[in-house]
Design a protein around this ligand. Structure first.
Ligand code: MSP
Length: 638
């Protein structure tokens, strides 16, 4: 029976749209799954969404929706995104699924019956952003380290899990099982935390404060703390306690998270499992954080990277490649579009793409599009170098993949691709092709190059499945070619088989065009950022759009972007518009523009703006919408 291999991602909060960070974790999970499946394991990938708690209630309120409507909509965005990034999850769990809710109740009851959950009055420092109490020593300058706000002191009667009781057991378990938390730095972080006494964990929230959660089975007045609820997803998804999948995949589980949620996974979860007498997970694998152009990714900085926009602009495979190649698992990395274009051009278009087309073109020219036999060559003359390099590379790749050093695994393959490019230059097949007596040698060289690329394609398949598939198909390998044997052996490509025509794998991207407004050549057309969620016509009707005539325009002092306009809408308004880079003030006087007439006034560079001029904004500037004809000022726009 195939060895089970269960991999999980965090279940993501549905208070915001999916971004680069979520995409990275889920792509890693998919790469790991594909690698282990190719190696003959029985894999299972779980992802999903975390839908209870105060954060969600607040986000739903801001969107004017009920919590359930809201979570269903955002959860759908996550679920819909993964297949578009070529992620093949086996299950998508939602914490609002009835089966999950039932399991959380059962686990709570089990731990309660055992006496490890108790009721008590507690006064503590509570961060509403994190939905949890903080100990003094966890605060930084008296503030929540995540939200930079001073937590409020609140006093409440609540239920507590005796987490402290399991502290010594946990320390011992971590020390006796070296791979339990990895990389090492995160294991050390957890152990450092466990040097101080471990406090019990508050696992309830009174319904007077929060209703959107799972009711405690032993007290109707409380809901379950969102982390206790969320962590249980890893087993509720498998049908704990006696589901078939639970029997098969638990505890062969590798949890995958980023460093932000190390503590719940490294401390709460193993102690919860221990208390419930469930075997503890096999390993917790922790990666670092993506920053964007060296800054933290955040909505307020406006630098949130939309994974779908990137994948559409540059291609899913190139996007997956860049993320896996750029981040050393465990450390932080910085995302920048220019670095991505640089890597696509250097590694994928140049090194891999050129080698592939070059080799196939030569094989069509010199051996009639048939895989030649390697046996006719003189290994002494050409050297056995490439075959040895290939096998050493495959071994290094394997060790790196098993150790979660994905970037090293990829580097090993590309180092080998570099060697193949050099091999073409030094063995000069075009010279061999001119001498009849060198034909055997020519076949040997071409076979080595084709077989080397067959191996490279198999090893890159977890990261770039479609590219690998195209390569293998052109190499005449047919479907379902990535088997455990194909990953570490030489000489799989059968001589005599027919090769497909050369095909460009990755077109070169013009950096300037790509970073400006144009879409990369060859990539699917992307028309700006992804669309916002649908709104009802009623929402649109609330916005009062009017035609306005510009009476005067001048630059706002000290601003390169802003113009101050006097606009006639039937009444005269002062409006500040960010269009100074596209229009000189005199260009606008006498023109009609479209104005959002009922927008709350706002101050921009010291000037009160009483409305907003609509403009199409792209990389080259802001182009105001100028209605045709001469509708009188104040005419509604609908
Ligand atoms: N709902 C909890 C997890 C519960 S798991 C039982 C949660 N959700 S989250 O939406 O905030 O997701 C956090 C995870 O998203 C991180 O652990 C990581 O996997 C991913 N990332 C979010 N931002 C990230 C970066 N900037 N960089 C890398 N990954 C990050 O926490």
């Amino acid at each position: 029976m195939a060895e089970p291999f269960y991999i999980t991602t965090p279940i993501y909060y549905v208070n915001a749209r999916p971004h680069l960070g979520h995409a990275y974790t889920t792509i890693v999970a998919d790469v790991v799954r594909r690698y282990h499946r190719a190696n003959g394991k029985d894999t299972y990938l779980l992802t999903g969404t975390d839908e209870h708690g105060d954060k969600i209630v607040r986000a739903a309120k801001a969107a004017g929706k009920t919590p359930l409507e809201f979570v269903t909509e955002i959860s759908g965005l996550f679920r819909g995104l993964w297949p578009r990034l070529e992620i093949g999850h086996d299950q998508f769990i939602r914490t609002t699924d009835p089966s999950h809710i039932k399991t959380v109740g059962e686990i709570l009851q089990r731990i309660y019956d055992k006496g490890d959950i108790y009721h008590s009055e507690y006064e503590g420092l509570y961060c509403f952003g994190c939905e949890r109490f903080y100990g003094e020593r966890e605060l930084v300058d008296g503030k929540c380290p995540d939200h930079q706000t001073v937590p409020e002191t609140i006093k409440e009667s609540n239920y507590f899990f005796r987490m402290g009781k399991y502290q010594d057991w946990l320390i011992d378990h971590i020390q006796k099982n070296p791979g339990f938390i990895q990389p090492e730095r995160y294991k050390n972080e957890v152990l450092a935390f466990l040097r101080e006494p471990l406090e019990d964990l508050c696992v309830s929230r009174p319904k007077s404060r929060l209703k959107w959660g799972i009711t405690l089975p032993f007290d109707n007045n409380y809901v379950c703390y969102v982390w206790f609820d969320a962590l249980v997803n890893y087993i509720s998804a498998l049908g704990w306690p006696d589901g078939e999948r639970f029997g098969k995949y638990w505890p062969a589980v590798r949890h995958l998270v980023a460093k932000d949620i190390l503590k719940p996974h490294g401390i709460y979860w193993p102690t919860m499992l221990k208390a419930a007498a469930i075997p503890v997970y096999q390993s917790l694998n922790v990666h670092g954080y993506w920053n964007v152009e060296e800054s933290k990714m955040s909505k307020s900085l406006g630098n949130v990277v939309e994974p779908l926009a990137m994948a559409e602009k540059y291609g899913v495979e190139a996007f997956r490649y860049f993320l896996m190649r750029e981040m050393a698992f465990g450390l932080d990395a910085s995302f920048s579009e220019s670095a991505m274009v640089g890597r696509i051009n250097a590694d994928l278009a140049n090194d891999l793409g050129n080698l592939f087309t070059r080799t196939l073109t030569m094989a069509h020219k010199y051996t009639g599009g048939i895989v030649p036999s390697p046996g006719d060559g003189d290994a002494e003359e050409t050297g056995e170098g490439l075959r040895k390099d290939a096998l050493a590379m495959a071994a290094e790749y394997r060790a790196s993949m098993e150790g979660w050093h994905f970037h090293k695994a990829i580097m090993a393959v590309f180092d080998f691709i570099g060697k193949m490019n050099k091999y073409v230059d030094t063995s000069q097949p075009w010279v061999l092709a001119k001498r009849k007596e060198a034909f055997g040698q020519l076949g040997f060289v071409l076979y080595n190059l084709l077989e080397g690329q067959r191996l490279a394609a198999c090893l890159l398949a977890p990261v770039m499945p479609k590219t690998a598939s195209v390569m293998l198909e052109r190499l005449g390998m047919g479907e379902g070619q990535v088997s455990p044997e194909s990953l570490g052996r030489w000489g799989i490509l059968p001589p005599g088989s027919r090769l497909g025509k050369a095909v460009p794998l990755f077109p070169r991207i013009d950096m300037e065009k790509a970073m400006g407004t144009e879409t990369a050549p060859g990539a699917p057309v992307s028309s700006g950022p992804p669309l916002k969620p649908q709104v009802d016509i009623e929402v649109l009707r609330q916005i009062d759009l009017r035609v306005g005539k510009v009476l005067s325009a001048e630059r706002v002092p000290k601003s390169s972007k802003l113009l101050k306009l006097e606009v006639d809408l039937g009444e005269i308004r002062t409006i500040v518009a960010g269009i100074a880079k596209t229009y000189a003030p005199e260009d606008l006087v006498g023109k009609n523009v479209v104005v959002v007439a009922n927008l709350a006034p706002a101050r921009l560079m010291g000037v009160e703006s009483q409305g907003m001029v609509l403009a199409a904004v792209d990389g080259s500037g802001a182009h105001a919408l100028l209605p045709d004809g001469d509708p009188p000022p104040g005419t509604p726009v609908s």
